[in-house]
Design a protein around this ligand. Structure first.
Ligand SMILES: [Zn+2]
Length: 165
């Protein structure tokens, strides 16, 4: 009963060696993919979420954009393209989801980079409030839970004859 076919024993050993090698290779690959952003086309943006890894943070900030006083819609599915990025939207309400597998302090600038939009716009002056208070942090603003961010752009080109206010 204890006697085993030596050939069978060898192939079992090889199967274990190969399995261990594959698992080790996988462990080295996952952090590399995560760090490089996993092939998403968002330079400077948030990394791709990796299937099977747990979330390290999940918070929501709210963003409004006004251009010359008019509300601009922040579309649904920002940051959801070739993969789901750590910064994304699910609807057009301006809610930014920070769902990340690391504890990096994500910023407003990184959200815009993930979106693929420049934060500053040519021909416009940009101001920002956070929770109603003026802020000069702009792209460096760290996204926090239940934060109300309002970014306003005012056209500077014909400011004098725009609307005689
Ligand atoms: Zn969320």
């Amino acid at each position: 009963m204890i006697n085993q076919n030596p050939t069978k024993g060898n192939s079992t050993t090889w199967a274990i060696v190969i399995t261990v090698a594959v698992v080790l290779a996988g462990l080295f690959m996952i952090p590399r993919l995560n760090r490089s952003g996993g092939g998403g086309s968002t330079a400077g943006g948030a990394p791709c979420l990796v299937a099977g890894l747990p979330m390290a943070q999940h918070i929501h900030s709210h963003l409004r954009i006004l251009v010359d006083g008019k509300e601009e819609t922040i579309p649904a599915n920002v940051g959801i393209n070739s993969c789901e990025h750590a910064l994304h939207t699910h609807d057009a309400t301006g809610e930014i989801h920070v769902e990340a597998q690391d504890l990096h302090a994500y910023t407003l600038g990184e959200f815009f980079a993930t979106w693929g939009k420049p934060l500053a716009r040519e021909g416009y002056e940009m101001t920002m409030t956070v929770g109603g208070a003026p802020s000069t942090e702009l792209g460096a603003l760290q996204l926090k839970d239940k934060q109300e961010i309002m970014v306003q752009y005012k056209h500077t080109g014909n400011a004098n004859n725009a609307n005689g206010k």
